[in-house]
Design a protein around this ligand. Structure first.
Ligand SMILES: Nc1nc2c(c(=O)[nH]1)N[C@H]1C(S)=C(S)[C@@H](COP(=O)(O)OP(=O)(O)OC[C@H]3O[C@@H](n4cnc5c(=O)[nH]c(N)nc54)[C@H](O)[C@@H]3O)O[C@H]1N2
Ligand SMILES: Nc1nc2c(c(=O)[nH]1)N[C@H]1C(S)=C(S)[C@@H](COP(=O)(O)OP(=O)(O)OC[C@H]3O[C@@H](n4cnc5c(=O)[nH]c(N)nc54)[C@H](O)[C@@H]3O)O[C@H]1N2
Ligand code: SF4
Ligand SMILES: [Mo]
Length: 705
């Protein structure tokens, strides 16, 4: 590592833990001491510099006249003029909603903010949404409903250090945020996951439990535990009385879910439900945390609500040393959902249909409130509307590889192909970028300034250690340049601090209030968790200590009941496929599949199958198989896993093409969050008979003896 004075303090480009890094003058990366990561990083963080100088890196704007043609390099002025010209023509002919924008939870706060403003002011479109719908939307909706505010962890990660018990529902943190495990050393862990993940192994080693429900039945499991807690005398009546409302309605449902009945639905032993309820009630420092396994369902909001209800009945949220939280996902999964790239949202976590919110934001933007569009389509619905009558005819994508990561990949490919214009800003030629008409090369994390908000709602500084390659611009420069080429009203500065200062004013008075957060305070090392409403406000590391964010100060317990997953198994599709992550790859794999060290760990897609299930289908470890749902097929190599449920298969979603897990996933949406059901699809498993590569030579019968 280079001398200390030449290295720059920043954070990892990938997940929401935002481990602290040093980046040296040649891009070399080292771990940096910071509360969330305790000086550690995972393999992805350690190898993140590989992409800075990767030969596939995009370094020039690329354009083409048709999808069949090859790309040609062009200059920035000509690329931006071309995009602006076509967008203006589409708007003139078909109206502003004919142009759509797709953002991402990996974008900095500044980018997310400017992108939302660009859509509403420069394009005048309501059609903007982002990949956070695939990620956090169910937990966010449940948190808003119960607590009146959505901040993934309403306490710092370091509070977990002293926990005695942590229930992880659908979270495989040992692979998805490995350094987070350093905060779970003392705790007994209960892991709820249909698979015996490395996190579940840790639970067993900690003296805890691994509960393996049938995918999509966590809600019943939580109801069974609530039933057990109440019947066994563990309810915290004074907390429920003082700090919550709605318990009676919740109990009316939970009363019907005695553990044995819940067991029949979810497959977890009733005795284990009673044990966990007792552990939760009889330890002092205890937490319930959810992640995508519990959330990515067509009833994900209600499922998270069921875990919240259990936590409230036992008095966890807002009590020192205890709590409920959700582990966010993408680097800026938290900040990315606060500043207005969501279809129903304006900056500061304001609602776009609230007249006071529109008035405030319009005044910051210097436009007439009436000119701001209303609510647009959610991500899956937006993708589904592309190129259809009345749907958008152009799409601008910033920071998402939807062809691999959105559910029902074949349908997404059809919709992208139906567009008149696809513009992608990316650092690499991933699957979606490669399908674009115009491809705009952007800077990477170590080449730009900005802020990110980590899983604890703490605002962090991303700092520039390197100059981007010539020909590459930052996302902010791209958005600013496009606004200028469109002759847009309002200001679209490309300087991150200028954008952030405007974001502060826009967020002021909102739920996610950043008014008091400044680059100067962050650079001075202050730990600022929102809300931070003033220059002298210390920020809010812990929410809910005195009151919840609803007007009456109480948390709302909302009655929820079991609903089967959207798609049932039947003779044609007798198994359930669930999907998720492995340690070495990140998301759609657009980045990590190109990093040699990571590709060596997990070179290709696999499907986890119980050995008995594999044998029943004529398959063994290492065989090639097809997993087929009502929508499509994923080809993957069989990995026999004896600890897996026999009715369940698991596919990582980090691969594209024939190996894309999303060829089979179900785009059924949660009615509230519009989150797709990534975690359960009805499938069948079939062997792929490899074509004989060396067919035996035909031997004349007479020669056989
Ligand atoms: N290595 C790596 N780390 C990452 C990422 C990555 O792509 N790779 N992505 C980041 C992002 S954006 C996110 S959102 C987080 C996600 O972090 P996690 O939520 O931990 O990751 P997943 O693997 O999607 O899902 C967790 C587990 O849910 C289980 N599961 C499936 N169905 C069910 C169910 O019905 N109920 C329950 N209880 N569990 C179920 C799966 O078996 C899986 O082990 O990770 C972040 N960190
Ligand atoms: N089956 C299944 N599907 C899933 C999930 C699942 O569990 N199962 N999980 C879902 C979840 S939780 C998530 S978060 C999504 C994520 O999936 P995606 O939305 O596809 O996210 P990434 O793969 O991170 O895509 C990021 C893209 O943006 C580029 N990029 C990186 N940084 C920047 C930047 O600063 N600016 C720009 N312009 N581009 C950048 C990368 O090169 C890459 O091409 O996948 C979802 N899809
Ligand atoms: S855990 Fe997340 S933030 Fe930390 S090094 Fe790994 S990918 Fe980066
Ligand atoms: Mo995510």
């Amino acid at each position: 590592m280079s001398p200390a004075e030449h290295r720059t303090a920043t954070h990892c480009p990938y997940c929401a833990l935002q481990c602290a890094q040093w980046v040296g003058p040649s891009g070399e990366v080292d771990a940096r001491e910071f509360p969330v990561n305790n000086g550690g990083m995972c393999q992805k963080g350690w190898t993140s510099s590989a992409l800075l100088t990767h030969p596939h890196r995009l370094t020039n704007p690329l354009v083409r006249d048709s999808r069949d043609a090859g790309f040609a390099e062009t200059g920035w002025d000509s690329a931006l003029a071309r995009v602006a010209g076509r967008l203006a023509a589409l708007r003139a002919e078909h109206g502003p909603d004919s142009v759509a924008v797709f953002g991402a939870g990996g974008l900095t706060n500044e980018k997310a903010y400017l992108l939302g403003k660009f859509a509403r002011v420069a394009l005048g479109t309501s059609q903007i949404d982002y990949n956070g719908r695939f990620c956090m939307s169910s937990a966010a909706a449940a948190g808003n409903r119960a607590f009146g505010v959505d901040r993934g962890l309403p306490f710092p990660v370091t509070d977990l250090d002293d926990a005695e018990l942590v229930v992880l529902a659908g979270a495989n943190v040992a692979e998805t945020m490995p350094p987070l495990m350093s905060h779970l050393q003392r705790a007994r862990l209960v892991v709820v996951d249909p698979r015996r993940t490395p996190t579940a192994e840790r639970a067993l080693a900690s003296g805890g439990l691994h509960l393996a429900p049938r995918p999509g039945t966590d809600l019943v499991l939580a109801l069974g535990m609530l039933h057990a807690a109440v019947v066994d005398g563990h309810l915290d009546p004074s907390y429920v009385e003082m700090r919550t409302s709605g318990f009676d309605d919740v109990w009316r449902v939970a009363a019907q879910w005695w553990p044995e009945r819940a067991e029949r639905v979810c497959g977890v032993a009733a005795s284990d439900m009673r044990t966990v309820a007792r552990w939760l009630a009889t330890t002092t420092r205890r937490y319930v945390l959810t992640a995508r396994g519990a959330e990515q369902h067509a009833h994900g909001v209600d499922t998270v609500t069921a875990w919240i209800n259990l936590s409230l009945a036992l008095g966890l949220p807002g009590r020192p040393g205890s709590g409920f939280g959700t582990i966010t996902g993408q680097g800026n999964g938290q900040g990315g959902r606060e500043h207005g790239q969501k279809s129903d949202q304006l900056p500061g976590y304001r609602h776009i249909e609230n007249p006071a919110a529109r008035e405030h934001i319009a005044s910051v933007w210097g436009v007439d409130p009436a000119s701001l569009p209303g609510k647009g389509r959610s991500a899956v619905e937006l993708l589904d509307s592309l190129g259809r009558p009345g749907g958008p005819r152009a799409l601008l994508v910033f920071g998402s590889n939807v062809l691999v990561s959105a559910p029902d990949a074949r349908a997404v490919a059809e919709r992208l192909d139906a567009l008149d214009l696809l513009v992608v800003a990316d650092v690499l030629p991933g699957e979606t970028a490669s399908r674009a008409d115009v491809l705009l090369p952007v800077a990477q994390w170590a080449e730009e300034e900005g802020t990110m908000t980590n899983l604890e709602g703490r605002v962090l500084r991303r700092r520039r250690a390197l100059v981007p390659p010539p020909g590459v611009r930052t996302d902010l420069e791209v958005i600013s340049g496009l606004a200028a080429a469109l002759d847009a009203p309002g200001e679209f500065p490309a300087d991150p601090m200028t954008v952030f200062d405007e974001l502060r004013r826009a967020s002021a008075g909102g739920i996610a209030d950043y008014a008091g957060v400044s680059y100067a305070r962050l650079d001075a090392g202050e730990a600022l968790h929102w809300p931070c409403p003033g220059e002298h406000h210390p920020g809010t590391p812990r929410l809910f200590t005195d009151r919840f964010a609803h007007p009456d100060g109480r948390a709302r317990m909302v009655p929820v009941d079991h609903v089967e997953p959207d798609e049932n198994v039947d003779d044609g599709f007798p198994l359930r496929a669930t999907t998720g992550r492995v340690l070495a790859h990140y998301q759609s794999g657009a980045q990590t599949r190109r990093v040699a060290e990571l590709a060596a760990v997990t070179p290709e897609v696999f499907v986890e199958v119980h050995p008995d299930t594999a044998a029943r289908h004529g398959l063994a470890d290492g065989d090639l198989a097809e997993v087929t749902s009502r929508r499509g097929t994923t080809r993957a190599t069989v990995r026999c896993v004896p600890t897996l449920r026999t009715d369940t298969l698991f596919l990582p979603f980090h691969f594209g093409g024939e190996g894309a897990a999303n060829n089979v996933t179900n785009p059924a949406l949660d009615p509230i969050s519009r989150m797709p059901e990534f975690k359960v699809a009805a499938v069948r498993l079939t062997p792929v008979r490899a074509p004989a590569t060396n067919p035996a030579p035909a031997v004349p019968a007479a020669a056989r003896t």
